[in-house]
Design a protein around this ligand. Structure first.
Ligand code: GAP
Length: 513
């Protein structure tokens, strides 16, 4: 099965089992907007809790807030979003379709990469065990032709984007002979900048004065509350403010499922430090965030740092944590050293002094900021795509199993009477009533036990508890573990302890020390 097919199957699976639905589906959906179903919301809440606890509970000097989506419009002037939060767009005159110019070029580069990889595959087949991939890539003329082209296109694209040279960007699309995938023509308009913020009107005013924006990032709600939190919480530098919340961007190229959406959630933390100490903290947060990711068991090899070579004007260091999604390594989280830019800009635009008095130095300064910013939906996608497993069983059947880390699994225990009989149901219901205070449980008595196990595998439930006729005599049940499918007989009073140990958030958080 190709990665593409696997990804399509995963998307279908998440809909069938109540993880993610296309938004407004009965009205044919709304592009790049998705709803979380009964399983998806549980999974998302568990990820949020893991992040919140890792930030706010484990760090005595980090507190959490919940600021509003609507904020004073001047905030977005101060932050630079009104003037510079743009994507370069180009239209095809025949299909009337609009594209992001840089994405057309990225797709072109991906095709060149695919061509080069095909040559490498051919080489592998031809030379067998003696194949040296690195040497082949460095010497084979067909591969070299493609890689040279890739390098040239990348260099021109980066320069055009950095210089904000939209004419050069269009010329590159023409020179690469990129055609519209719909009309097949190369009849392109000029490239224009397009602001990604959604705007709306507040109150009864319909002119510009009433225009407000749906926040494109949660970070600004933290910056404008810096003084409130610092003073009311008597916070001492270094300290952090964390927040989870919705953000909105009018993404033009919205694809790859929940990877790029118009309405999404961010988990952001701004860590305020003494000027001059930012690099130490930048390194600390890089390592700490990577440890947070790897602790949930998606495989260390599936993460990598991508340091930014070209920095935004307000940053003095920046890196992305990329994850190996089904469509390749892509950004999952950004870690940025944002200097004192944001607090200074808000001081300038609001006219209010935003400074910190350091009692140790007996001096005031504008703190520097290290930001960690992770997409919640992208984390859900990372977790879903690595959990999704299709296994061939010994009896020739297939099972689809979501191998979630037990802490993140939407349902922790399924309680299943072997057959639908009053005496079994009564015991099972009693077990359920006991467990449901601590764990999210499901009770199921319809269909054969085999079918019910398959359904629980499909939603990733770590444990199934089966009550049978022996239970009525020995007060024990069959406990089935999801990944190994091993079944063992355990006394009813032991169930809670076994499950609690496996789904313990504490044990997961302890790995971050
Ligand atoms: N405050 C910094 C900031 O917003 P960003 O790199 O634009 O930085 C941070 O966004 C994270 O938010 C990204 O790493 C990504 O995980 C997530 N994100 C950004 N745009 C997104 C979108 N359209 N859909 C889903 N997640 C998105």
């Amino acid at each position: 099965m190709t990665q593409d097919e696997l990804f399509k199957n995963l998307i279908a699976h998440t809909k069938e089992y109540g993880f993610i639905f296309p938004s407004s589906e009965i009205y044919d959906g709304l592009s790049a907007v998705y709803d979380y179903g009964q399983m998806g919301s549980e999974l998302k809440n568990n990820i949020k809790k893991y992040w919140w606890d890792a930030m706010v509970k484990l760090h005595e000097n980090i507190v959490g807030i919940d600021s509003c989506i609507f904020m004073h419009p001047k905030i977005w002037k101060a932050s630079g979003h009104v003037d510079a939060f743009n994507d370069p767009l180009i239209d095809n005159k025949d299909s009337k379709k609009r594209y992001r110019a840089d994405v057309l070029l990225e797709d072109y580069i991906a095709k060149l990469e695919a061509k080069a990889n095909k040559e490498v595959e051919k080489g592998k087949k031809r030379f067998g065990d003696s194949f040296n991939e690195q040497q082949f890539r460095e010497t084979n003329p067909n591969v070299l032709r493609e890689t040279t082209k890739i390098q040239q296109v990348r260099e021109r694209m980066t320069k055009a984007l950095n210089d904000n040279d939209l004419t050069a960007l269009r010329q590159l699309i023409i020179d690469c002979e990129i055609a519209d995938p719909i009309s097949g023509t190369k009849n392109w308009t000029d490239v224009r900048q397009f602001n990604l913020m959604f705007s709306t009107q507040v109150g009864s005013v319909s002119d510009d004065a009433g225009t407000i924006y749906l926040r494109p990032e949660t970070a600004q709600g933290i910056f404008v509350n810096f003084l409130n939190v610092q003073k009311s919480g008597r916070m001492k530098i270094p300290f952090g403010i964390a927040q989870i919340g919705k953000a909105f961007r009018n993404e033009i190229v919205a694809r790859q499922f929940i990877f790029r959406m118009r309405e999404f959630e961010q988990m952001e933390m701004q860590f305020f430090v003494k000027p001059g100490e930012e690099m130490k903290w930048f390194e600390y947060w890089k390592q700490h965030r990577l440890a947070w990711h790897t602790a949930i068991g998606l495989g260390k090899e599936n993460y990598r740092f991508h340091d930014h070579e070209k920095l935004a004007h307000y940053a003095n260091a920046a890196t992305d944590i990329e994850f190996n999604f089904p469509f390749g390594f892509k950004e999952l989280e950004g870690i940025h050293s944002r200097t004192d830019y944001d607090l200074r800009r808000h001081q300038e635009f609001s006219g209010k002094k935003i400074q910190y008095f350091d009692p140790e130095d007996n001096a005031s300064y504008t703190p520097y900021d290290i930001e960690t910013s992770i997409g919640l939906d992208r984390t859900v996608l990372a977790v879903l795509s690595s959990a999704y497993n299709v296994e061939k069983l010994e009896n020739g059947e297939e099972r689809v199993v979501m191998k979630f880390h037990p802490v993140l699994a939407p349902v922790k225990v399924a309680v299943l009477p072997l057959v639908k009989k009053d005496e079994l149901s009564a015991v099972a219901q009693k077990i359920m009533d006991e467990l449901k205070f601590d764990f999210n449980c499901q009770y199921e008595e319809k269909d054969t036990i085999g079918k019910r196990y398959r359904r629980q595998d499909a939603i990733g439930t770590p444990f199934c508890v089966t009550v049978d006729f022996d239970t009525l005599n020995d007060n024990a049940v069959t406990l089935r573990e999801r990944d190994s499918m091993k079944q063992e007989r355990v006394p009813i009073e032991k169930i809670h302890e076994i499950v609690a140990q496996k789904v313990s958030m504490k044990r997961l958080l302890e790995q971050l020390k």
